[in-house]
Ligand binder design. Sequence first.
Ligand code: CP
Ligand code: NVA
Length: 299
Amino acid sequence: MTKNFINLDDLSTNDLQQIIDQAITLKKQHKSGEINKTLENKTLAMIFDKSSTRTRVSFEAGMTQLGGHALFLSDRDIQLGRGEPITDSAVVISSMVDAVMMRVSSHDDINTFAKHSSVPIINALSDESHPCQLLADMMTYQEHNGSIKGKVVAWIGDGNNMCHTYMQAAKVFDFTLNIATPKDYEPDQKFIDQYANCINLYTDAKTACKDADLVVTDVWASMGQEDEQKKRELAFEDFQVDVALMGNAKSGALFMHCLPAHRGEEVSADVIDGKQSLVWSEAENRLHAQKSLLLYLLG
Ligand code: CP
Ligand code: NVA
């Protein structure tokens, strides 16, 4: 059966841990100049209907480093963006490539594409989730602080796609997730119901950060929500991760943000650019984690 990576918890804890461990090895090999051409002659199609820096560069560079090739397919250029059915696109594209990575607005479209695809599908961010980012985040935590099992993670801000994926990660990697959001910006009820055992919901950021080993945030207005920017700035004004808020977490607590970030909004410059911040490792690890994922799906 074709393996996909659409939701983080599509894969078992064991498989995810192996992908992360292998990513750490691949990183060391890459830094020592070792060549790995395991994906020679393989092609990854990358379908984007939203902007990207990290996801595009990491998948494209990753395929090149593994001896394969990546195709950048913007919805402005392919017929999918002009109304060709997603089902037809899936049959055709998957008949020519070895895997497809999709960053599209609708999570349902990824599921539909996967149903009609003959090759593995990777969710590279949807309105619901961003599992590739969590592979990199969990790898980064492990590299800097060992196992995340039993730790406390505080999610501060919007109950968005990244927050949903942290909820899935809490279940898979067995940590407690304290989520602080303003009223009306909670995670989707479907996720709250499904992951109720691993999460605590708060409307106060300080309380959520208490005893946290890791504090995580994301933009207040995600891609597609630009017209809500002003309204969201008001709703989220008490949810900035700054030095005072970090002071409620454990001493030495780490900070993560998937980027792109808005300094002075969801995070202060002294936190994101400070010594508790792991944002550059997180970004770099997208490359190594996704190379490992590609080897898992195509190997
Ligand atoms: N974190 C992340 O997915 O970044 P991009 O939007 O730049 O791909
Ligand atoms: N929540 C953000 C994440 C960007 C990587 C968005 O969807 O725009």
